[in-house]
Design a protein around this ligand. Structure first.
Ligand code: PXG
Length: 288
């Protein structure tokens, strides 16, 4: 396996980073998870835009242009002969000293890992996920805005640990004032009376690339889409529920905190959108 590290493709064993890197010492950095389908990188420019926005929000200078980074992603994919891949793009503050001061980090570290995509088990799509509502709240915007896809994922990991302990596959995170935000690595949608509802960006969530694509596909299919504030009780009375994310695509949810959602089976709208989404991945993307 070849890894892109600071301008070069190196062997996996040689892709080493110093223990003084602030990405490691402080989670000081940003990242993206991207997918390619049969030689097409899905929504690459949206992912790159979000990466640069995240970096700007933490005042981190990415030492490459978007075009250079795009070429680096493609070179890494080709260097590994991957047609269907998961792509992890990471920018850290770089090597500094043991203090927090980011000015000590003279140059950001850039690396790209491309690997075979590990798909969710088929069963998840056929039966739907059983998920919980975590006690851990989502970070509040004025502390660390969830729109920033930073290397500090402890907030999400704490909720994920709750899910694992409850034998659930995912956890819904609420805002500090009790509104549904998103899951630990996926956005959430419900369907009520054929209307697609999802928490608005203002609640404090990551603006998922898949979320955006699904909202557009729904509109194109004549389904109306609304961003609405929701409490857990609004989820329990939904006809359908599903999660969206780069790895999951669209995955149905059939139980939340042991309460059955809708018929207890993946819903019609969910399956229709999943089909439309999978079709879209075959035709759109950056070719390599
Ligand atoms: N919310 C959060 C908090 C995320 O981390 C999403 C939503 C979905 O966004 P996209 O752009 O992918 O539609 C994410 C992204 C993993 C993994 O290995 C998943 C994410 C991030 C890091 C790792 O499952 N999801």
């Amino acid at each position: 396996m070849k890894v892109f590290l600071n301008g070069q493709l190196v062997d996996r064993e040689d892709a080493r980073i110093t223990v003084f890197d602030h990405g490691l010492l402080y989670g000081d950095g940003v990242f993206e998870g991207i997918r390619s389908y049969n030689g097409l990188v899905f929504k690459l420019s949206e992912h790159l835009d979000r990466l640069y926005d995240s970096a700007k929000a933490i005042e981190l200078q990415i030492p490459m242009t978007k075009k250079e980074l795009e070429n680096a992603v493609i070179d890494t994919l080709n260097g590994n002969n991957l047609r269907d891949a998961y792509i992890r793009l990471v920018i850290t503050r770089g090597a500094g000293d043991l203090g927090l001061d980011p000015r000590k980090c003279k140059k950001a570290t850039v690396f790209i890992i491309t690997d075979r995509i590990v798909l969710y088990p088929r069963e998840y799509y056929e039966k739907g996920l059983e998920i919980i509502i975590a006690k851990t709240c989502r970070n509040i915007k004025c502390a660390l805005d969830p729109q920033i896809k930073s290397l500090n994922y402890l907030n999400n990991i704490l909720a994920k640990i709750e899910a694992i302990k409850a034998n659930a596959q995912e956890a819904i995170m609420l805002s500090n004032d009790g509104y549904v935000t998103e899951c630990t690595g996926d956005n959430i949608f419900i369907v009520k009376k054929n209307v697609l509802l999802t928490p608005p960006e203002s609640v404090g969530l990551l603006k998922g690339v898949t979320r955006h694509a699904v909202m557009n596909l729904a509109k194109a299919a004549g389904i109306s889409v609304k961003g609405v504030m929701m409490k857990p009780k609004d989820l329990y009375s939904a006809d359908e529920c599903f999660l969206t994310g780069t790895a999951a695509e669209i995955v149905p949810v059939t139980k939340i905190n042991d309460k059955t959602i809708g018929s207890g089976q993946p819903g019609k709208v969910t399956l229709k959108l999943l089909k439309a989404f999978q079709e879209s991945t075959k035709v759109a993307g950056v070719k390599y």
